[in-house]
Design a protein around this ligand. Structure first.
Ligand SMILES: Cc1cc2nc3c(=O)[nH]c(=O)nc-3n(C[C@H](O)[C@H](O)[C@H](O)COP(=O)(O)OP(=O)(O)OC[C@H]3O[C@@H](n4cnc5c(N)ncnc54)[C@H](O)[C@@H]3O)c2cc1C
Ligand SMILES: *[C@@H]1O[C@H](CO)[C@@H](O)[C@H](O)[C@H]1NC(C)=O
Ligand SMILES: *[C@@H]1O[C@H](CO)[C@@H](O)[C@H](O)[C@H]1NC(C)=O
Length: 538
């Protein structure tokens, strides 16, 4: 079926006008955004002094001025940069980090002994700085460990694996691999830190974590160790979804495979197409596996990622849908067959950016749609691919718009994407618990919300929480709910480890107790989601 003309001149003019207004408005906002002010000098704690004395060349202190400010505000979400750490440690290698962790452990042990721990943590760890949860990778007064110098990327000689530093971002990895015709199962947004998540290659190869062959980790003792299928396999499995509860990863080795350019892009539609997009989404995700890519799942296709957005500044709504194929025919002008036979080929649109391009180009398109510089919140839930539950997500999005009208410069986006239990069964075993239970396709439902003023933080967060809870209620009434919550998109009130299932959660707690017996990462490393290890007889 031939798609309608991509743009009438009126639609083009509208899109051009809308993007001009957005650009001008955002420049205006940037101009007047509160700049981080210099922190009042606080007396350095004994911990900060000890770290600075042991590793003088790798520590930035408040007295270092602009360099310190830059390092403490280098986050995607503005609110993450407002904590004000006592120092920033930028280790140049794992051994240096090990020495710092020994000092942290010593301070942690003495505070436990003295009973002086204040429950505010001693340090936080940042890689890409892309988490939106306040305090996930930032700390007030303590030590901010910034891994950005650990960013080397090295493919193996035989092309079957690639090693990268934990401070790299996916764009660092893709830029190099694009040149040598290789790919890894890595993030879609190329600005986010490496290590975990969902990939364009997940339908064929599984989740990102299930394709990490080995980790180099600094444990609470300060020791630098390797976790792989043959060395410390329990730690290896726990790191595939267990977040910062076991140690600090300094290096990943991921499986790689030959890959050329991919076909990828966004379709932009007016909000009047919402019902068609929801129906098309359901129909596509309801496909089964068979040999016919025209009617069944194509393992080389990723998406659809359907985004419904309300932009307060313009008072408008818009829909965008990302679709991808990782093995397009050379110089293909036509849509890949699985997408050409889907409803998305015929839904009326303003504009399409779909084309054959490099991984870095596809990743940059994603990251350019969510640049840094705003306050952000994300929250997520999981439902079955069931029409009424999907309609419920859109109703919650629409109800949220009323609340978002009050937030100047706010933007409110519902994102639907498929999440197949099948994917979690590919690659190495992980503790996410998604592989258990029926294979029916699931839908990951998230909100991504951004705004400018701190005074709107509580309102934006509460609106998002209300929308997620409404979706969960509607889904539960119909038996279309699911326990899994994707950790990387969870907000601070959510409890992702509960969604892994009791057995997996217990497994993670056991591994944490084994490798971190003094609970350095549970009590002294702030941020992220903790395992809730209680004082059971240890
Ligand atoms: C707009 C947006 C789009 C996204 N798109 C994708 C996507 O397409 N695919 C995908 O896979 N993910 C995606 N993500 C999720 C992303 O993977 C997570 O936010 C991830 O946690 C970011 O990693 P980071 O290193 O940038 O984060 P950071 O904020 O630096 O860290 C996140 C958490 O991990 C801990 N941590 C960081 N580094 C280490 C380490 N080396 N060792 C131990 N703990 C550590 C931190 O303490 C913190 O709690 C997206 C997120 C956003 C907001
Ligand atoms: C979903 O797919 C199944 C199996 O192919 C089919 O029987 C069913 O009719 C589909 N449901 C809808 C609503 O399209
Ligand atoms: C805010 O969200 C909107 C909609 O998702 C997006 O277009 C815009 O780029 C976002 N802005 C930032 C700075 O994240």
């Amino acid at each position: 079926m031939a798609p309608p003309p991509v743009s009438t001149s009126a639609a083009t003019a509208l899109v051009a006008l809308a993007s001009a207004v957005v650009t001008i408005a955002s420049l205006f906002i940037r101009r007047f955004r509160r700049l981080p002010c210099p922190l009042p000098a606080r007396p350095a704690s004994r911990l900060v002094e000890a770290v600075a004395a042991a590793l003088p060349g790798s520590v930035l202190l408040p007295g270092d001025g602009a360099a310190f400010t830059r390092a403490t505000t280098a986050y995607w979400a503005v609110q993450e940069g407002e904590a004000g750490p006592g120092c920033v440690l930028r280790p140049r290698d794992a051994l240096e980090l090990g020495r710092a962790v020994e000092i942290l452990q010593k301070e942690h042990a003495s505070q436990r002994q003295e009973g002086t721990a204040r429950g505010v943590g001693l340090f936080a760890v940042r890689s890409g700085g892309h988490s939106a949860v306040p305090g996930a990778a930032s700390i007030k007064d303590g030590v901010l460990i910034d891994l950005s110098l650990l960013c080397d990327v090295t493919p193996s000689d035989d092309g079957t694996s690639v090693t990268f530093g934990a401070g790299a971002r996916w764009k660092d990895v893709y830029r190099l691999l694009d040149k040598v015709g290789l790919a890894v199962v890595g993030g879609r947004n190329s600005d986010v830190g490496v290590g975990g998540g969902i990939s364009f290659f997940s339908p064929r190869h599984g989740l990102v974590c299930s394709n990490i062959l080995s980790y180099e980790v600094v444990l609470a003792s300060g020791a630098v160790v390797v976790a792989s299928a043959s060395e410390r396999p329990d730690l290896w499995r726990a790191l595939k979804g267990g977040a910062n509860n076991f140690g600090i990863v300094t290096r990943f080795t991921a499986r790689s495979f030959p890959s050329a350019k991919i076909w990828s892009g966004f379709l932009y539609m007016p909000s009047s197409q919402a019902d068609n997009v929801l129906a098309g989404f359901h129909e596509y995700v309801n496909r089964t596996y068979s040999d016919d890519p025209g009617t069944s799942y194509d393992l080389d296709a990723a998406g659809p990622l359907a985004c419904f957005t309300y932009v307060q500044q313009l008072g408008i709504q818009m829909i965008s849908v990302n679709i991808v194929h990782t093995r397009p025919a050379e110089n293909e002008k036509k849509w890949p067959r699985n997408w050409g036979t889907s409803a998305f080929a015929s839904i009326w649109r303003f504009w399409s950016t779909c084309k054959v391009r490099t991984m870095i180009s596809a990743g940059e398109e994603m990251s350019s749609l969510n640049p840094p510089g705003k306050r952000q919140v994300l929250a997520v839930t999981t439902i079955k691919n069931e029409p009424a539950a999907l309609a419920g997500t859109h109703e919650a999005y629409r109800a949220g718009i009323d609340a978002m009208r009050r937030i100047r410069g706010g933007s409110w986006t519902l994102v639907l994407q498929p999440l197949l239990p099948e994917w979690a069964r590919k690659g190495d075993e992980n503790p996410l618990g998604l592989d258990e239970g029926p294979s029916d396709p699931l839908v990951m439902v998230s909100f991504t919300v951004n705004w400018s003023n701190a005074r709107d933080d509580a309102h934006a967060r509460a609106t998002t929480r209300r929308a997620i809870e409404m979706i969960e209620r509607v889904a539960a009434e119909r038996g279309s709910n699911h326990r899994y919550r994707y950790l990387n998109y969870c907000d601070e009130w959510q409890r992702p480890f509960e969604g892994y299932g009791e057995e997996n959660w217990q497994f993670l707690k056991g591994v944490s107790r084994k490798y971190d017996p003094e609970r350095l990462f549970q009590e002294a490393c702030l941020g992220g989601f903790k395992l809730d290890i209680k004082d059971e007889a240890s």
